[in-house]
Design a protein around this ligand. Structure first.
Ligand SMILES: Nc1ncnc2c1ncn2[C@@H]1O[C@H](COP(=O)(O)OP(=O)(O)O)[C@@H](O)[C@H]1O
Ligand SMILES: [Mg+2]
Length: 272
């Protein structure tokens, strides 16, 4: 049976995953700050509006206005989608605000409740969910990442949502935080940024997509004013082969290992 897949709206990306993200999947979107995670999510949301899906977008790192403005730069009219009740942006940053679509406490229960409220408001039908980011919910308790991710998936999968769950972390100290989410996810899309000959380059790599013969190569991406994200070309070299300082590589390796141990129960999480 042919799987129903949701287009991401990023030019050149869907062919890496046989046409799109399977309906009902929970996909982790991971990578360092500035790598392109939020831009990717904005495309996914906008494509949802165009495809007449319901769209629920939770923002913890930026305000609702910031997301609307970023989308506007690519020609995506989120304000109109909001006014037409085709989309709800839940703001978890500007917490003092007394509005229905703000989250006051960064607790998983409140997140899930708001998503369900939003879903009821938007009505039945295929729904896209973005949580940018999940990391905000375990910022002071990283060892809970897996449990929280599992809880969110377990409750929300019944609500016909296809979700992008962002994990925001730095390459050095916080690398291990992502593990909890990645273990639970049906797919992992990793964004990387690298300085190659003093120029910032960005890449995307599909590390996992269940039930999909996905492309295994890192692809270079670009973000174009007025247009947004575009997948440019596959890289020949492995992204890791480009020159990162050796100390940094070593630190990344150690942090990764620490995260692995923490989740396999080999080691208690010590304070970072
Ligand atoms: N209008 C634009 N034109 C070109 N590049 C842009 C534009 N808006 C954002 N960008 C690029 O996107 C980057 C932010 O990417 P973002 O998806 O927010 O990263 P993160 O992975 O931290 O969520 C900026 O640093 C900039 O390089
Ligand atoms: Mg972001």
């Amino acid at each position: 049976m042919e799987l129903e897949r949701l287009a991401t709206g990023v030019k050149g990306f869907d062919r890496l995953i046989e046409g799109g993200i399977p309906r009902g999947f929970f996909v982790a979107v991971v990578g360092e700050p500035g790598a392109g995670k939020t831009v990717f999510c904005i495309h996914f949301a906008w494509r949802g509006v165009q495809d007449r899906d319901k769209v629920i977008y939770i923002t913890t790192e930026e305000s609702r206005e910031s997301i609307i403005n970023q989308a506007q730069q690519f020609g995506f009219d989120f304000s109109k989608a909001l006014a037409e009740k085709r989309m709800i942006i839940i703001d978890a940053l500007m917490r003092g605000r007394d509005d229905k679509w703000s989250i006051r406490e960064l607790e998983p229960e409140e997140l899930v409740q708001k998503v369900i409220d939003a879903k009821k408001e938007l009505g039945y039908g295929r729904t896209r969910l973005v949580v940018d980011s999940m990391s905000a919910f375990w910022i002071d308790k990283p060892a809970m990442a897996r449990k929280i991710s599992y809880y969110v998936k377990r409750v929300l999968y019944k609500w016909d949502v296809t979700a992008l769950l962002v994990s925001q972390y730095a390459v050095t100290s916080d690398l291990a935080y992502g593990f909890g989410l990645e273990h639970v996810a049906d797919g992992i899309i990793r964004f990387k940024k690298l300085v190659v000959r003093r120029v910032l380059k960005r890449f995307v790599l599909v590390e996992k997509m269940r039930q999909t013969n996905h492309d295994l190569r890192a692809h270079e991406i670009t973000i174009v004013p007025g247009v947004g994200m575009i997948v440019v070309r596959p890289t020949e070299k492995r992204v890791e082969d480009a020159h990162l300082p050796r100390g940094l590589m070593e630190q990344m390796r150690e942090t990764r290992e620490k995260g692995r141990k923490a989740y396999s129960g080999e080691e208690e999480w010590s304070s970072k």
